[in-house]
Design a binder for this molecule. Structure first.
Ligand code: HEC
Length: 345
């Protein structure tokens, strides 16, 4: 009897050992396709799905849910959602986005699917590993995350018009100036000119957090940096054709809380920016970049001595460009600009 148990024990240990070695060999062989365009095999998918669901359920079970029917909270969430989530999770009336088809797993369409508050809060705060869902808790406090959760509870019942109205009334996303439907229109020149009396759509004074240059290093993506420099130089020279040649057809340009397409910019603010920059003296402060495969980010800061309302003023300008490799050259696919007065000492 004892002998038998011992033999069984050895068999189990050997089988386990073979299994572990087999798994190791498989991992090392590199046979598994980690590409986001090749779906997981069924067993892997089932394991990942179960692990994700259980993990979220267990981690979120003790979260205390605040009152989610507070209208101000919902309104704040609308602004946050419009600024940060629609490219992946869509909005009423939006069928698809440029990034969605390439994401695996696919982000749920949150204009149609309602996620339980505790789970939504946990996922928004912590993100989901090995998916595109970021951990927003690293850059947002809990009340802000609750505002998004509150808004998500209403979103699936909203029509496109209701959504637009709510976002237009929402306080701007102050963490990053990326609100895609803010109700006002400012060029860099205008933003600079009224920065001392700067009002956002909802009438709340803007407290803008500077664009973050975190993770940017000089010369990390030299080709993309060269394009960023050429772009700045073309703007300062007032060379419209050269400016437009560096912009991708689908570029989005955010300045002063408003996002514009290439056509909007070409027919509007580009002229104002060129006129403004002609009067300004520009001192580069820093420039860095971050390569990400066929895309790269280039962030830069410069000081501008300009005349604002007849008085000399110093402005700090921050620029964040996203570039995409297009054959041999790089094209700018998004621009964020932020101009803030440098306080007189
Ligand atoms: C870059 C794309 C991307 C962005 C931006 C993004 N998400 Fe997600 N999100 C995902 C993906 C992908 C998933 C699904 C992950 C999975 O299923 O493993 C997800 C899942 C979620 C879920 C869980 C859904 C469920 O069924 O459990 C919530 C809630 C959510 N996101 C909210 C947000 C909010 C709010 C924002 C904006 C602050 C946001 N997401 C921005 C990609 C994104």
């Amino acid at each position: 009897m004892k002998q038998q148990i011992k033999q069984h024990g050895i068999t189990v240990a050997v089988v386990l050992g073979v299994f572990v070695i087999g798994a190791g060999v498989f991992v090392y062989s590199g046979r598994y396709d980690m590409g986001a365009d090749a779906p997981h095999t069924k067993p892997v998918f089932a394991v990942m799905q179960a692990m994700r669901e259980r993990s979220i359920e267990v981690h979120s079970k003790d979260i205390q849910v605040p009152n989610l029917n507070d209208e101000q909270l919902i309104l704040k969430g609308a602004g946050q959602y419009a600024a940060m989530c629609t490219e992946c999770h869509l909005k009423p009336g939006m069928k698809d986005s440029e990034i969605r088809p390439g994401l695996y797993p696919q982000p749920p369409n949150l204009s149609q699917v309602r996620v339980a508050p505790k789970e939504a809060f946990w996922v928004i705060k912590h993100g989901i590993k090995m998916s595109a869902m970021p951990a927003w808790g690293l850059s947002h406090d809990d009340p802000t995350i609750w505002s998004m959760v509150a808004f998500l509870q209403k979103l699936p019942d909203m029509t496109p018009a209701q959504y637009r109205d709510m976002v237009a009334k929402a306080p701007p996303d102050e963490d990053m100036d990326m609100d895609d439907e803010g109700g006002h229109s400012h060029s860099r020149a205008a933003t600079a000119a009224d920065s001392d009396a700067h009002e956002h759509a909802a009438g709340t004074p803007a407290v803008e957090t500077p664009l973050s240059m975190e993770g940017m290093k000089p010369n990390a993506a030299p080709a993309a940096e060269a394009v960023a420099r050429a772009f700045q130089a073309a703007l300062q020279r007032g060379d419209r054709a050269a400016v437009l040649a560096l912009l991708a057809p689908d570029v989005s340009i955010s300045e002063g809380g408003q996002t514009q397409t290439r056509d909007d910019y070409a027919s509007g603010h580009l002229g104002e920016d060129i006129a403004f920059l002609k009067t300004a003296r520009i001192t580069p402060v820093s420039l860095g970049s971050m390569p990400m495969g066929d895309t790269a980010m280039v962030g830069s800061e410069s000081d501008m001595q300009a005349t604002v309302k007849g008085k000399p003023a110093t402005l700090r300008s921050r620029e964040m460009l996203n570039l995409r490799k297009d054959g041999d050259s790089w094209k700018i696919v998004s621009i964020q600009w932020q101009t803030t007065p440098v306080p007189e000492k």
